[in-house]
Design a protein around this ligand. Structure first.
Ligand code: GLU
Length: 312
C-alpha cells in the first residue's frame, strides 16, 4: 500500500498511534485499518506513532512486535515511526508554554486526598473530578506533584462519525493533568504536541477516545496549534460490553489468519466485504478495501458483538 495511492499534493495526513502495553488486538486492528483506508482514500499520508510516553506501562519489545504485526497484515506507513518515549524535551517545552500562558497550576494532591474531599464528584467518564484544591496556589512549603490545566469553557466539535459533540470542561472533565505525579507527561499533552508536529489533519481512532477529544482541542487552542478533523470509529467490545483492550484480556490478533481478521475488521467497519474475500490473500483484500472503502458506511455504534466477529 505504501506510495500506491499517496499523491504528494494531498493535504490529508492520518495516523495510527498504538500504545505498546500489549499485543495488537482486534480493536487496534480496526482503528489501524479505518485510519489507513481513510487516509489512502484521500490520497493522503498515513503515519504510525508509538505512544509509549507512559514508559512504565509500555511492555519491552512490544513496539517492535506491533510494527511487525502491522506489516504482516499488509499495512505500509509513510515516513519514520515516531516514538513518544524519545520526546520528553519537546513535551517539556510545551508544558513551559502552558505555564507561561497561565493555563496550568501545580497540584500537590494525592489520589487519596482528592477522594476525601467531600465535593469531589464524578466527571462524565465516571472518574473522580478534581475538586480544585490547589487551583489558587499551594500552601507554603508544599511540593507540587503534578501540573493541571484549568478546565474552563465549552468545547464543541463535529465528529465525522459520531456527530456534534459538546463538553463543558469544568463540569464534564475538571482540571486535568498534563504532567503526572510520577514524572510522566500525560497522554493528552503528548498526543496534541505530536499530532501538530506531524502535521496530522485527520484523526481517525476508536470511540473510547471520544471523551478525550475536548481536552485535546482545549490544549490545541492554548498552545496555538491547529485543530485536526476527528472521526471516532465504533469500539469493539467483549461479551460483557467492555472495550477490548489489554485490561479486558483481549486476545492478540491471530497472524496465522490475517486474511480472516482483516475481512472481519472490514465487516465490523460496515464495508460489506465480498464473501469470497475470506479466502483471499492479504494483498487482494487490501486491493478490494482500497477500491471500496467508504467512511459513510461505518456505523456509529457497534451492530454486532465484536467478540463474535473476532471469533469468526
Ligand atoms: N495510544 C492510544 C491508544 O492506543 C490512541 C491515541 C490516539 O489515537 O489518539 O489507545
Amino acid at each position: 500500500m505504501r506510495g500506491q495511492q499517496a499523491l504528494i499534493h494531498s493535504p490529508y495526513v492520518g495516523r495510527f498511534a498504538p500504545t505498546p502495553s500489549g499485543p495488537l488486538h482486534f480493536g487496534s486492528l480496526v482503528a489501524a485499518l479505518g485510519s489507513a483506508l481513510e487516509a489512502r482514500r484521500h490520497g493522503g499520508r498515513w503515519l504510525v506513532r508509538i505512544e509509549d510516553v507512559d514508559v512504565p506501562r509500555a511492555m519491552p519489545g512490544m513496539d517492535g512486535a506491533m510494527l511487525a504485526t502491522l506489516e504482516r497484515f499488509g499495512f505500509e506507513w509513510d515516513g519514520e515511526v515516531l516514538w513518544q518515549s524519545r520526546r520528553a524535551d519537546i513535551y517539556a517545552s510545551a508544558l513551559e508554554r502552558l505555564k507561561a500562558g497561565g493555563h496550568v497550576f501545580p497540584c500537590a494532591c494525592s489520589r487519596r486526598e482528592q477522594a476525601e474531599v467531600p465535593d469531589s464528584i464524578l466527571a462524565r467518564d465516571g472518574s473522580l473530578r478534581y475538586p480544585g484544591t490547589c487551583r489558587s496556589g499551594l500552601p507554603l512549603g508544599v511540593r507540587p506533584r503534578a501540573w493541571r490545566v484549568r478546565a474552563e469553557g465549552t468545547i464543541r466539535f463535529e465528529d465525522a462519525i459520531q456527530g456534534g459533540q459538546e463538553e463543558e470542561l469544568a463540569r464534564d472533565v475538571g482540571d486535568y493533568v498534563v504532567f503526572r505525579a510520577d514524572g510522566v507527561f500525560a497522554y493528552q499533552l503528548a498526543v496534541v504536541v505530536d499530532d501538530a508536529e506531524q502535521g496530522v489533519t485527520h484523526v481517525v481512532r476508536g470511540a473510547d477516545l471520544l471523551g478525550s477529544t475536548a481536552r485535546q482541542i482545549h490544549l490545541q487552542k492554548q498552545l496555538g496549534l491547529p485543530v485536526p478533523n476527528y472521526a471516532h470509529l465504533p469500539v469493539a467490545t467483549n461479551a460483557a460490553g467492555e472495550k477490548l483492550s489489554k485490561q479486558t484480556q483481549a486476545r492478540a490478533v491471530d497472524e496465522e489468519s490475517s486474511s480472516r481478521m482483516l475481512v472481519a475488521a472490514l465487516d465490523f467497519l460496515g464495508q460489506n466485504p465480498d464473501a469470497e474475500l475470506g479466502g483471499a490473500s492479504v494483498r487482494d483484500i487490501w486491493a478490494w478495501a482500497l477500491g471500496n472503502w467508504k467512511m459513510e458506511r461505518v456505523p456509529r455504534v457497534l451492530q454486532l458483538p465484536a467478540a463474535e466477529l473476532a471469533r469468526r
